[in-house]
Design a protein around this ligand. Sequence first.
Ligand SMILES: Cc1ncc(COP(=O)(O)O)c(C=O)c1O
Length: 411
Amino acid sequence: MKNWKKRSKAEIKEMVFSALDENVNFIESNVIGIPGSRLDPKVFYQDAPFLAEAPFLSALIRNPNHIGCHSLGDSEPFFAGTQKIELETLRMCAEDILRAEPNSTDGYVASGGTEANIQAAWIYRNYFMQEKGADTKEIALICSADNHYSAAKAANLLNIDFVRIAVDDNTRKVQSSDLKKKITQLKAGGVKHIIVFANMMTTMFGSVDHPDDYVPVLKEAGMSYFIHVDGAYGGFVYPFNGIEHGLDFSHPGINSITLDAHKMVQAPYGTGVFLIRKGYMHYVRSDEASYVKGLDATLIGSRSGANAVAIWMILSTYGKSGWTEKIQTLIARAKRIADVLTEKGIAFYREKGSNIVAIRSGQIPIEVIEGFHLVPDDHHNPRWNKIVVMEHVTDEKVDAFLTAINRQHYN
Ligand SMILES: Cc1ncc(COP(=O)(O)O)c(C=O)c1O
């Protein structure tokens, strides 16, 4: 354990309040040049007694602006206290969860998985354009058919080609024959540079990609490439299941990773995490942001420092072993569902070590799907319906679901 420590409530409260006190105080200081970003005091009471016991709400009310990427060094001095909390959060994620070497990554707390994924593609597109003299027509983003749609958004915004690779319907793994075919077609169309999005748990299936499925094919085709891992769903789950995987910074071919704290970590919405090896953020740094100290290398611009505080508080409350225990309990619960489905001959997909169970349509009655609000892969033409085992999916709810399929199973 390097940066990720379990801390008591009192310690967390003390650390957040002293970070907030290190930030600018708009009332007591003579700062008049920057927007006074604390929330409007007529609407959001600043002196409610309970705030003294509520570090996150206090951070929300004091509303620090974390504009910029603080791991690059120079940042706005007004919010230095909470920026340090963000930096510690990033190091917990990069080094304690995703096995990066100390101080080897940059990053920031993005608004979510979508932004973090777009940030990655933006950096690599600019790298290819600036370092290889590439035209946008020579760059493509590829990912599995099960990839989140934010990859398509990124390609569309960046004006680069977007290609999905077919997956096997049962294993959800990328089909190497389709990969080879699509790479050959892209090459014939003049594409020379590839951005790969690999999944550490897809949205619908929880399936996991292996970067080494892509690398030999890209090398053989003579493509230059970067691999970005989308761990928006799985980044706070998969690394804790005890399975050895090559989907983090311990793999030399992986350059950047998205995490999302507003999914499994149950942080407020607006808390994605973008992490990348050092030496790449400057490909999107804008000299135009000249009024921002340290300039800006993020997609979002102004962003709430309270989000970083929230992730730090949650991770610090559990500590690494507490978090591991929590996740392993959820995974075991998902496995319990999977074991019963197997026993009953109900067709489903579950990646080993994941907390997502996707059941094929037609396998359990529609009343059960609707009654338990399983989520379809496609609302118009559902082929799969998924269960995501998080804390609200208690053993009691799992029992009720298993009883319902017992009663109504009509195979
Ligand atoms: C794998 C994956 N990537 C990216 C995203 C997008 O995340 P957000 O909704 O936080 O932008 C999601 C959202 O569900 C996801 O599951």
